[in-house]
Design a protein around this ligand. Structure first.
Ligand code: C2E
Ligand code: MG
Ligand code: MG
Ligand code: MG
Length: 282
């Protein structure tokens, strides 16, 4: 009897799996259309000196303005974009959008700051060098205004290759940051060899900073280590004045979080740039 084959086929067509596949297929197509129909947009979150005033840089964060579902956060569609490979095209769009936006702001006379773009592990191969060069060229932007954020897992899968790739990017004059630092496989040997400029202390260490002595110890160690390696530190997810005070004490350089601002649409970020500093904060 062909029980095995039939069994497998039966299992494959289980209604709930079928429905999931359908959902997936629909979402995948919708995502593709979103890219074509310009339903994707970037919001900008300021990265602020610990004085709480100066906007030193910003991070571009992707959103999908879905016609029915409203503003969809990246965690709801980037994983699928990565699975399907669409992330490469999407990521290139993000780079282009950010670089040309920066150049447009500059032409308009705004005091622009460097903007960081998140890079998926899927984008982190040889092709990224050409992509970045072409995008900078297209937009006429100087490389020093573009920062790339990579996670430890993306950059440490093949360390020797990564070091070489990062060195080429760094050689072009762009800035590099390690995102979500402390959540991946923090291989300090590699970190030592990576030509990066910044570490971003993951939000999970910032959240309970005021009550958890272990988190405080980790934050302190990360800041000390980063400074020893001549890197600056951005604390992610700063929500309270208490967290800010502790991070200031530790000598953290920059903070990014809802205490000061969420990621805001481009026009709103342009107004912050024009004002030259954050409005009187909490
Ligand atoms: P991430 O790169 O670690 O970005 C920081 C996330 O923390 C953002 O979430 C930001 O909105 C959020 N955040 C900032 N301050 C606070 C705070 O004070 N409290 C809390 N609770 N959250 C805060 P978002 O925008 O939803 O993005 C989630 C993730 O999606 C990002 O994490 C990044 O990994 C990914 N992502 C976003 N845009 C892109 C993109 O253009 N390309 C790629 N490949 N990934 C992206
Ligand atoms: Mg990031
Ligand atoms: Mg992060
Ligand atoms: Mg994070």
């Amino acid at each position: 009897q062909a029980a095995d084959g039939v069994g497998q086929r039966y299992a494959f067509y289980r209604p709930e799996l079928n429905r999931d596949a359908n959902e997936r297929f629909k979402l995948e197509n919708a995502l593709r259309r979103a890219l074509e129909r310009h339903e994707l947009e970037l919001h900008y979150q300021p990265q602020i000196a610990v004085d709480g005033k100066s906007i030193v840089s910003a991070e571009a964060l992707l959103r999908w303005r879905h016609p029915e579902r409203g503003l969809v956060p990246p965690n709801d569609f980037i994983p699928l974009a990565e699975e399907t490979g669409l992330i490469v095209e999407m990521g290139e769009w993000v780079l282009h959008q950010v670089c040309c936006q920066l150049q447009a702001w500059r032409r308009a006379g705004l005091p622009v700051v460097p903007v960081a773009v998140n890079l998926s592990a899927h984008q982190f191969d040889e092709r990224i060098v050409g992509t970045v060069r072409r995008v900078l060229d297209d937009c006429g932007l100087e490389p020093g205004l573009l920062e790339l954020e990579l996670t430890e897992s993306a950059s440490m899968a093949d360390a020797d290759k990564s070091v070489a790739l990062l060195a080429r990017l760094k050689g072009m004059g762009i800035r590099l940051a390690i995102d979500d630092f402390g959540t991946g496989y923090s291989n300090l040997n590699y970190l030592k060899r990576f030509p990066v400029d910044r570490l971003k202390l993951d939000r999970s260490f910032v959240r309970d900073l005021e009550t958890d002595a272990d988190d405080l110890a980790i934050a302190r160690a990360v800041v000390a280590m980063a400074h020893g390696l001549r890197l600056s530190v951005v604390a992610e997810g700063v929500e309270t004045a208490g967290q800010l005070a502790l991070l200031t004490d530790l000598g953290c350089d920059l903070v990014q979080g809802w205490l000061f601002s969420r990621a805001v649409p481009a026009e709103e970020f342009a107004r912050l740039l024009a004002a030259g500093q954050m409005p009187a904060a909490a």
